[in-house]
Write a protein that binds this ligand. Structure first.
Ligand SMILES: Nc1ncnc2c1ncn2[C@@H]1O[C@H](COP(=O)(O)OP(=O)(O)OP(=O)(O)O)[C@@H](O)[C@H]1O
Ligand SMILES: [Mg+2]
Length: 365
C-alpha cells in the first residue's frame, strides 16, 4: 500500500496530461505527489503504483544530486540541469534538460518541488524518424519509376518468348524460351514485391495478442532445436482497428529475420506494451501499442545498419533484402512506424502502432 503523502498533492489542471513535457511534483522528502502522462511514459511507470513513494525508488539519484535537490528547497532557488543522463529503473535511460522549481504552499514556504523533464534524445529520435521517412519517400518514388520502366518491356519480352515457343518444334530450343519466361516472371514478382503492398488496409478490430501468438505458432512449427520464442504481453492493450493479415506479415518478417540471425540457437521475445502521449511520425497519439521482436543474436552488421529499411539491402547470402522495407510499408499504412535498435547480443525491432480512441472503444467488450 502507498503511504499517504503528508502534504496534499497539488491540484493539477485539466491539460496536465496533454503536456508533451514530462512534469512531476514531489514533497520535501522527494516523495512523488503527482506526475503527468508524459512523465509516466518517460519513467515507464503508472501513477497508481508510485504516488507517495520516494523518487529514488524509480529513478537512479546519486548522492550529489539528492543533496542539490534538497538545497534547492532550502535555498528556495530553481535548479537547471542541462543534458543530464537519467536512468529510470523501469525504462530506457535518456538524456534530458531538467528544471526544478520550489513550489510555495499556503505557509509561503517552499514545501514541494516541481520537476520539468525535457527529453533531448526524444527530439533527436523524432528528427531521425523524419529524416528516415524523407529518404524512404525518395526511394519509393525511384522504385516506382524504375518498376514501371522494367515491367513494360518485360511484358513484351515474355509475350515474344511465348510466341516464339509456339512456332518452335525443337524441344531443346523450347527449353530456352521457357527460361526466358521463367526469368521474366521471377523479375516481375521481384519488382512487384519491391513496390510493396498495393492495397489499402482492410481494417477490422484486431486483438494484437492473438496476432502475436499466431505468428509465434507459425514460426514454432519449424524452429531449430535450441531456439525459443517467448511471449511477454501487456493484457490491458485494447483491440486496434487494423488489417490483420498485414500485421501478421509485418511481424512475421521481423521474426523470420531474428530466426535467421540466431542460426539455430538463442531466444526471441515477442512483447507488447502501451505508450501514452507518444509521438509517431510527427503526430502525437494518446495511445500507441508497442510490439517488439527482440533477439539475443549477433546484431545487425555495422555496415548495413543505417540502410536496412531500404529495398535490396541484405546481409544474408540467400536474402533479397525486402522483408524489412515491406514490413515498414505495411506498418506505415497504419500510420505507424518500425524502429530498430541493435548491438551484439541485443537486437530489437519495435512496431509503434497508434490506437485511435474510437477504435479503442470498439475493441472493448
Ligand atoms: N534480428 C536481426 N539480427 C541481425 N540482423 C538482422 C536482423 N534483422 C535484419 N537483419 C539484417 O537486415 C538485413 C535485411 O533484412 P530484410 O528482412 O530486409 O532482408 P533479408 O532478410 O536479407 O531478405 P528477405 O527479403 O528474405 O527478408 C538482413 O539480411 C540482416 O542482415
Ligand atoms: Mg528478412
Amino acid at each position: 500500500m502507498n503511504t499517504p503523502p503528508s502534504i496534499p498533492a497539488p491540484v493539477t489542471p485539466p491539460w496536465w496530461d496533454d503536456l508533451s513535457t514530462a512534469v512531476l511534483v514531489t514533497d520535501a522528502d522527494l516523495c512523488l505527489l503527482s506526475l503527468n502522462s508524459a512523465a509516466e511514459v518517460l519513467l515507464g511507470l503508472s501513477r497508481e503504483r508510485i504516488l507517495g513513494h520516494g523518487l529514488g525508488q524509480w529513478l537512479k539519484l546519486d548522492r550529489n544530486l539528492s543533496s542539490r535537490l534538497r538545497s534547492t528547497l532550502s535555498l528556495d532557488q530553481p535548479l537547471t540541469l542541462r543534458a543530464r543522463q537519467l536512468e529510470p529503473m523501469r525504462a530506457d535511460s535518456f538524456l534530458a534538460d531538467v528544471i526544478i522549481t520550489p513550489l510555495h504552499g499556503e505557509s509561503g514556504r517552499p514545501g514541494q518541488l516541481l520537476f520539468e523533464l525535457n527529453a533531448i534524445d526524444r527530439h533527436e529520435r523524432i528528427s531521425r524518424e523524419e529524416q528516415l521517412q524523407k529518404q524512404q519517400a525518395i526511394t519509393r518514388a525511384v522504385t516506382r519509376g524504375l518498376a514501371h520502366e522494367i515491367k513494360n518491356p518485360l511484358g513484351g519480352l515474355r509475350g515474344a518468348a511465348q510466341l516464339l515457343a509456339s512456332e518452335l518444334d525443337d524441344s531443346g530450343l523450347k527449353e530456352y524460351t521457357q527460361i526466358i519466361i521463367r526469368e521474366a516472371d521471377r523479375l516481375r514478382s521481384l519488382v512487384d514485391r519491391m513496390l510493396g503492398p498495393n492495397n489499402l488496409p482492410r481494417r477490422e478490430a484486431v486483438n494484437l495478442h492473438e496476432v502475436l501468438e499466431h505468428v509465434r505458432g507459425l514460426v514454432s512449427v519449424q524452429l531449430p532445436l535450441g531456439l525459443k520464442v517467448r511471449g511477454d504481453y501487456d493484457p490491458s492493450i485494447p483491440d486496434v482497428h487494423a488489417d490483420r493479415d498485414m500485421l501478421v506479415q509485418a511481424i512475421l518478417n521481423l521474426v523470420q529475420n531474428a530466426v535467421h540471425a540466431l542460426e539455430g540457437g538463442g531466444e526471441i521475445i515477442l512483447s507488447s506494451r502501451i505508450l501514452r502521449q507518444y509521438t509517431v511520425s510527427g503526430h502525437r497519439h494518446r495511445l500507441v501499442a508497442k510490439l517488439s521482436v527482440r533477439d539475443n543474436g549477433p546484431g545487425i552488421p555495422e555496415e548495413i545498419r543505417e540502410r536496412i529499411f531500404f529495398p535490396l539491402v541484405t546481409g544474408r547470402a540467400a536474402g533479397t533484402g525486402l522483408g524489412l522495407p515491406i514490413a515498414q510499408s505495411l506498418i506505415q499504412l497504419h500510420d505507424g512506424l518500425i524502429e530498430c535498435r541493435s548491438r551484439p547480443g541485443a537486437t530489437s525491432f519495435d512496431i509503434l502502432l497508434p490506437i485511435q480512441p474510437s477504435n479503442a472503444r470498439e475493441g472493448m467488450h
